[in-house]
Design a protein around this ligand. Structure first.
Ligand code: FES
Ligand SMILES: [Fe+2]
Length: 361
């Protein structure tokens, strides 16, 4: 298992950006312990506001995990009060801002140090995201959102929870650039391919046939995959159905990653309002996309880390992509340096570009 340091990514162990931490519907007023970015958190939904709250897990009083207890009467009675949460050990209560707002047995003032960190969270498209930032700064871009989510002619996704994989996120990022794996792994007959790196986005545009998905002379599979920051990949796909694939990967510890997959599709039967009839077709299509993703997983699970690849002509723009990715592992002050060295459109040797795509200035 290789670490961020092994890959030479930068000063920080974990990248800056929006990261999925849970499926919305699984976050309730029963607190749950979650672990990402090498640290533990308490996650719950406030009863007053209905908002998702993510706090550092450990109580400043005596270090108890706020969300991992099944037996204390605090838990049995319900640890969440309004938008606050009580510690299972001595029942100190913390607000959504992380500040202790009640100590049941102490008469003096609450010490200012009686607080835990509260993290910026947002819900979008059925997922809960946290803005993780080693510098503690404000979010630099909006949480990803596809407007089709609110379009009734689309069938919303349900998440495939793929769990934890012992792979550093860099190996997953490499996929966006990896033109040469599409034919051998996925059976794609790629004709046009390019990457574009621009600000916090990394884009892959691809078109071609597919060994099983398309027939000769039939419609081409055209995809545009966009990383919205370092961890959320949204791919728009036209072909059999108009659809969006969602893949989120979030670091758990340095060198391990949690992964979700989902797919949203325009009513396969052509309805203005997607019907019950559309749902099984949509789910079947999502399963099909998942099977393709599992082909990548199968490689990642068993490979050794690629710290330095032996790249040849015809490989994708791995160096540019890894340089672009470093912007998230370093202070904001260094971002432009990485962007200057990576921004633009990159077409692998032997591929046709997308003539209609915006070119590097
Ligand atoms: S350890 Fe949390 S209240 Fe005592
Ligand atoms: Fe792949």
């Amino acid at each position: 298992m290789a670490t961020s340091k092994d890959y030479g990514l930068g000063e920080f162990t974990f990248p800056r950006g929006w990261f999925m931490v849970a499926e919305s519907e699984k976050v309730t007023s029963v607190p749950q312990g979650v672990r990402y970015f090498g640290q533990d958190f308490a996650l719950y939904r406030g009863k007053d506001s209905g908002k998702v709250i993510l706090l550092d897990a450990y109580c400043p009083h005596m270090g108890t995990h706020l969300a991992r207890n099944n037996t204390s009467y605090v838990i049995q009675d319900g640890a969440v009060e309004g938008d606050s949460i009580r510690c299972p050990y001595h029942a100190w209560r913390f607000g959504p801002d992380g500040k202790c707002n009640h100590i049941p047995y102490a008469s003096g003032p609450i010490p200012p140090a009686a607080r835990v960190r509260s993290w910026p969270v947002a819900e979008s498209m059925g997922a809960v995201f946290v803005w993780y930032d080693a510098e503690g700064g404000e979010p630099e871009w909006d949480v990803p959102f596809i407007d089709k989510w609110d379009d009734p002619s689309w069938v919303r996704w349900r998440f495939d929870d793929l769990g934890q994989i012992q792979v550093h996120p860099q190996e997953i990022l490499d996929n966006i650039t990896d033109v040469a794996h599409f034919n051998p792994v996925h059976g794609s007959l790629t004709q046009r391919f390019e990457n574009e790196f621009r600000g916090h986005k990394a884009i892959q545009r691809m078109a071609g046939g597919h060994r099983t998905l398309t027939s000769e002379g039939g419609p081409q599979l055209v995809t545009e995959a966009i990383y919205h920051g370092p961890s959320v990949l949204i791919t728009s796909m036209t072909g059999t159905h108009d659809s969006y694939i969602f893949i989120a990967h979030t670091p758990v510890d340095d060198g391990s990653t949690y992964v979700w997959h989902a797919l949203m599709v325009k009513s396969p039967t052509g309805q203005a309002i997607a019907s019950a009839e559309d749902v099984p077709i949509a789910r079947g299509y999502q399963d099909f996309a998942l099977a393709a993703f599992a082909q990548d997983f199968d490689v990642w699970k068993h490979k050794r880390p690629c710290i330095q690849g032996l790249f040849v002509q015809g490989d994708g723009a791995f160096h540019k992509q890894r340089t672009w990715y470093r912007q998230f592992y370093n202070p904001r002050a260094k971002r432009d340096e990485y962007l200057r060295a990576s921004e633009g459109v990159h077409v692998p040797k032997g591929m046709q570009p997308f003539s209609d795509s915006p070119k590097a200035a």
